[in-house]
Design a protein around this ligand. Structure first.
Ligand code: G7M
Length: 317
């Protein structure tokens, strides 16, 4: 069983909560672990992860506060300061962004569960010995969603720009909205560029980038800025483009986010590398990412946590 248009609420209504696995009061989000029915007429259920996030305000709806607010109650007033609680009227723009992963694997549950972090250093040697075998062992099914997009089987109508250099032996890409974005709140604009691979080639992460990929990276930078400007009026310099290391999915992609959308966990030092810096480093030395020691944080639930933590003792300085 899955979502049918028009009957989404009915399906979500079947959710049975097992645990709250993460909460972020600053981002106004909560992640729930539970189950949903697998079929229509059986009692079988599978694990589901549901993330609820309150959407940001759209400045346009704030012009007339009385049309936004259903009720308001004064809590306290002191000199020129007052604080109140209010509730929103039914709005065209929905109040919640809901992300569902169903059926959720163990890897998903681990990824979305709050966990403590450590910082590790990955030398090229540790990459070869620990990280590369870990990436090699990833089942292709983990990036099926990427392949579906690249093959135009899913999210086709959302494609904002497509470069078909892969058909001529280069690296192409396409840009689409990230599933985290609600497609309306420009202040939280979030797009993703997914790489189209030429036949017989792969590009799994930052570690594999060389000067060969400079045209690809520069093109993503140029067209992301053009699209964001033409579609959403984002001014020059209004975007933050970055690459995760470690990413969750080992098919190279670039995150494209409104520069004012700060505070996201995935943008922190220890995970995000600015695309501008990546390009500049490659311009200085085309093999730099095969030689660098890369530092990053790992959650205690991450499969690399134990081997990488143990290997830190072998580093000489
Ligand atoms: O952490 P990592 O760098 O691997 O980030 C992957 C990005 O892809 C995240 O920002 C996800 O929100 C986004 N993403 C993941 N999935 C499964 C989908 C999807 O099916 N569609 C779209 N549009 N974005 C996705």
């Amino acid at each position: 069983m899955t979502f049918t248009v028009g009957r989404e609420l009915e399906f979500l209504g079947n959710f049975q909560l097992t645990d709250v696995i993460n909460e972020d009061p600053v981002a106004h989000s909560i992640t729930l672990l539970g189950t949903l029915p697998t079929g229509t007429d059986s009692d079988k259920r599978d694990r589901a992860i549901i993330t609820l996030q309150k959407t940001a305000f759209d400045a346009a709806e704030l012009e007339h506060l009385d049309s936004l607010l259903a009720s308001v109650k004064l809590l306290e007033s002191n000199d020129i300061y007052s604080w109140l609680m209010g509730s929103l009227k039914d709005r065209d723009n929905s109040d919640l962004k809901i992300n569902v992963i169903f059926p959720a694997t163990d890897v998903h549950v681990r990824k979305y569960t709050r966990q403590s972090l450590i910082l590790v250093r990955e030398t090229p040697e540790l990459y070869e010995r620990i990280v590369r075998p870990y990436i090699d062992a990833f089942p292709p099914s983990r990036i099926e969603w990427v392949q579906n997009i690249l093959d135009h089987k899913k999210e086709v109508e959302k494609i904002l720009h497509e470069d078909d250099s892969h058909l001529r032996g280069g690296f192409g890409y396409l840009i689409i909205p990230d599933m985290k974005w609600d497609l309306t709140t420009v202040s939280a604009l979030y797009l993703v560029a997914l790489v189209h691979l030429p036949p017989g080639r792969s590009l799994r992460s930052l570690r594999e980038l060389t000067q060969e990929h400079l045209p690809l990276l520069r093109s993503i930078r140029r067209h992301a800025a053009r699209i964001a400007n033409q579609r959403w009026n984002v001014p020059d310099g209004g975007l933050r483009l970055f690459v995760h290391y470690q990413p969750s999915y080992y098919h190279f992609h670039v995150h494209i986010v409104n520069a004012n959308y700060t505070g996201l966990a995935g943008q922190s030092v220890g995970q995000a590398h600015l695309l501008d810096d990546v390009i500049s480093l490659l311009e200085l030395d085309g093999d730099i990412f095969q030689k660098l020691t890369l530092s990053y944080n790992l959650g205690s639930q991450h499969a690399l946590y134990t081997p990488m933590q143990a290997a830190q003792a072998t580093l000489t300085s």
